[in-house]
Design a protein around this ligand. Sequence first.
Ligand code: MN
Length: 377
Amino acid sequence: MTAATHPATVDLSALPPYALALKERINYLPEAQVTRVMRAFQIGAQAHAGQERKSGEPYITHPVAVASILAELGLDAETIIAAILHDTLEDTELSREALAGEFGEVVAELVDGVTKLDKMRFGTRQEADAESFRKMLLAMARDIRVILIKLADRLHNMRTLGAKDQGSRRRIARETLEIFAPIAQRLGMNKFKAELQDLGFHALYPDRYRVISERIRAALGNRREAMGKIEAALTARLQADHLPALVVGRIKSPWSIYSKMRGEHKSFAQLMDVYGFRVVVDSAMSCYMALGMVHALYKPVDKRFKDFIAIPKANGYQSLHTVLLGPFGAPIEVQIRTAEMDSVAESGVAAHWAYKTESGPANSAQARAREWLSSLV
Ligand code: MN
């Protein structure tokens, strides 16, 4: 069937720039799926026509941004379509039947699931209640993709929080720190978690955020030279042994410093007095070789080595962790992993729903992820 005679063909010239950008971003999907996604955009834009965000932009820019965030994780067409339509049941005339008729039962179920989660309100500040509320959310979403859409929705709302009044900003920020960042963490979605935490911290305690960020910047200035020297020494050692590797320095985020100062009663200086590096190599075997090489370069600290490659964390995280005694007296924390392990470390359970051309392995990974999810709740 040629594009010209395809019944669901989308007129590209009629698309606004943000929809074209989304189309570009989902180019990992087969053409027929891309057409379905763009059809979802047209239906969503029609349904939200006339509605605006607090910022004055057309409302549809929000669900499109949510879909784009999920497209960055390479998620399947159902998830992207449901993300575009995630607010239609709540805020427009579209019915569940209409969604199921147009896009199938899976998409309708996902949108319905997000709508139900949105109706749950979290009011209290008690830690124990936050925990049971998180469990309830996870249990309610029978399909983990509902949670992925909800987390992306929250991430975009946090990125655009400035348009809201101060009361709403604080309420949303607190809920983000107490409910959604911990859920992202539990799902192994570390990149989402870190951004949710820092946006939440910034919105809830702007002064503390500013003070800590400035101190981090100052501390980094002082130690830039030491960081550079250690990085060069690690790189040179791996190169001398002919192991292709990428060595990157890691910097702690304002929220992680702040929460450790409070939770572990450590001083800012104690927390900053550690160097962090990540070594990315091409295979699991290379990880162990790299470990031997860095241990030969700097003496490892006793009992600080962890092998999460042989024994992965429950959420699939894999990496070797070790701590070295560095040349400047401060300990050096090193994580060693493959590029694939690195992407699982960043996107966690979402990596299992990435679109794959051959369906076999994806399905077994999804089954494992489902099993793991049901063990959580
Ligand atoms: Mn939304």
